[in-house]
Design a protein around this ligand. Structure first.
Ligand SMILES: [Zn+2]
Length: 451
């Protein structure tokens, strides 16, 4: 090539690159480098992290189509920023449980399944509650599972075994959490409650008491173990997730130093473990109302970062071509409630299923339930069988029960990445494909930036 022509070509390429650079970031910053963000964007005084336990991409799609509908869509999908989260735990497993996943968000470190807030060999990690206390920020943990369950626990305690829920309850004493709402009353016997009262905590036990509460530190325990699935919730006794979110935000937002609030839709995962698609949909929709409330607060407040994600996906949910919105919407009780009505209420199974399925139940479906009953863990088999057959009849399937029951492939979780949605200051820092520990690290960075 003629040297003059070659030189001209190089000049044009250089000019083009310079143009690209200018378009990419005025002031010479790189859009993709989070370290440059503090120079451009104010920190988030408050962070609200909403976690749908077991809420993978298929759960969100099914909740959209059988909830508000494909045209209306979920509130969470109106977000300006979306990312994808990798969820692998430490160790040899590639599919996480809630303990390792919540530890990744809370401590920005990996651990093994079953472990809360510490390394696989038992060294404490600094969790977000400890981190916030050092900065005088308030902390709230809200869930529809028990307050001692893995997801909330990882944000405030250190425990090698997530199943030791009584130990977790004890560890909350002195952990410095200002708001703790959910189920789990059985882990707070009167003597333990007295110790918490001594430390300044108030207790509320019903929706009415919650709505009337004004001051922190406050513990709300609305069920012995888990709060009910949204579809079964006794509305006068148990508050909705949105109502718990509302009260938590109302109290925590008085702290001028800011707050961190984790809100968990804790039973989405359990509905999917039980193969109950219609029940899962109601819990995701209830979770989405809490998201909507948090985002509305953040928009008024202007200093709040709202993040919505999941710890993992559950159940291998597949939406078939014959999916029936009417059949999913028609259901009036969870399969767990149907089991209770049959076993404890002593009512014939066909009557109960016909009454609550929300569509015409055939003899063939009842025979399928009978056949599937034998497959699962005896403790769960009846509700798993009811849910599995009703979900299939609505065009939705899960990991086959025989596979799940024998743990041949999984106990129920599946390993796909989970979505991440972000609003507010520093939200752009939560896009791309991120490791779950990176989400935890960036939450800290978002609150610290510029300080
Ligand atoms: Zn699970």
């Amino acid at each position: 090539m003629n040297p003059a022509v070659e030189f001209g070509r190089r000049l044009r390429v250089l000019a083009f690159h310079a143009l690209l650079l200018c378009a990419a970031g005025c002031g010479g910053t790189d859009e993709n480098d989070p370290d440059t963000l503090p120079k451009r964007e104010k920190p988030a005084r408050n962070v609200i992290l909403l976690i749908g336990d077991g809420m993978g991409p298929a759960q969100l799609t099914l909740a959209r189509i059988a909830g508000p509908g494909v045209h209306e869509g979920l509130a969470l999908e109106k977000t300006p920023f979306v990312g994808l989260v990798k969820t692998y735990p430490a160790g040899t497993m590639l599919v996480t449980d809630s303990a390792a996943a919540a530890t990744a968000f809370a401590c920005a470190r990996k651990t093994t399944n079953g472990t809360l807030g510490e390394s696989p060999d038992g060294t404490d990690y600094e969790n977000l509650t400890e981190w916030c206390r050092k900065r005088k920020k308030s902390v709230g943990l809200v869930t529809t599972a028990s307050v001692t369950h893995a997801t909330p626990a990882a944000f405030a305690v250190h425990c090698p075994d997530r199943n030791k829920e009584a130990d977790v309850a004890q560890e909350y004493l002195g952990a410095g959490v200002d708001i703790l709402f959910g189920g789990g009353l059985q882990y707070f016997p009167e003597t333990r409650q007295a110790a918490f009262r001594e430390a300044g905590y108030g207790f509320v036990r019903s929706r009415q008491e919650l709505l009337g509460a004004e001051r922190a530190p406050l513990i709300g325990l609305f069920a012995d173990r888990f709060m009910d699935f949204e579809i079964d919730r006794p509305r006068e006794v148990q508050p909705s997730l949105e109502e718990m979110a509302m009260k938590a935000i109302q109290i925590l937002s008085r702290d001028e130093d800011g707050f961190f609030l984790m809100i968990e839709g804790g039973r989405i995962d359990m509905a999917c473990h039980g193969h109950d698609a219609a029940t899962m949909v109601r819990d995701v929709v209830a979770f989405d109302l809490a998201v909507q409330y948090a985002v509305a607060f953040a928009e008024r407040d202007g200093n709040t970062l709202v993040l919505v994600t999941a710890d993992h996906s559950t159940g291998g949910l597949a939406i078939g071509e014959q999916v029936s919105v009417d059949r999913l919407r028609g259901r009036t009780a969870s399969a767990e409630r149907m089991r209770e009505l049959t076993v404890r209420g002593n009512r014939p199974l066909p009557d109960v299923v016909r009454e609550h399925a929300g569509f015409e139940v055939t003899d063939r479906m009842l025979a399928q339930i009978e056949a599937l009953k034998a497959v699962g863990d005896p403790k769960y088999s009846l509700h798993n069988a009811i849910a599995d057959v009703l979900s299939r009849a609505a065009g939705v399937t899960f990991i086959p029960l025989d596979v799940q029951a024998t743990h041949l492939v999984t106990k129920g979780h599946d390993g796909c990445d989970v979505p991440l949605f972000a609003w507010g200051p520093r939200a752009a820092d939560f896009t791309g494909v991120l490791d779950n520990t990176e989400v935890g690290a960036r939450i800290r960075r978002a609150m610290e930036a510029g300080k």
